[in-house]
Design a protein. Sequence first.
Length: 106
Amino acid sequence: MIYIRINEFGRANEHHMPFHPEYGLNKSKEELEKEGFFVENIPEPIEQVGKVAILKGDSENKELWYEYEERSLSEQEEVKLLKQENESLKQSQAEQDMIIMELLFR
C-alpha cells in the first residue's frame, strides 16, 4: 500500500512504507487518512521528449494523474531529434527530385 499526501501546490508526495517500524511515518492508518490517502499503485507517466512528468493528485477524490512541464533537452535527445529531422529532409528532397525529373522528361 502506498501513502499519498498532496502538498499545497497539488503535487503528490508518495511513501511506499508508511507503516515500516524504522522508515515509516509512525502514525496509524486513520491518522494518515486525515492528511492523505492510500493507493495500490501509481500510474506510469507517458514519456515525452522535452517534458518532465509531475505526479499530481486530488485528496477528496483520491485520484492521481500527471502534468507535463517543459524541460531542456539533453544532448543525446537533441542529436536524436536532429538525425530524425535530417532523414525527413532527405526523404522530402528525394521526393521533390523525382517530381522534377518526371516533369523534365515528359
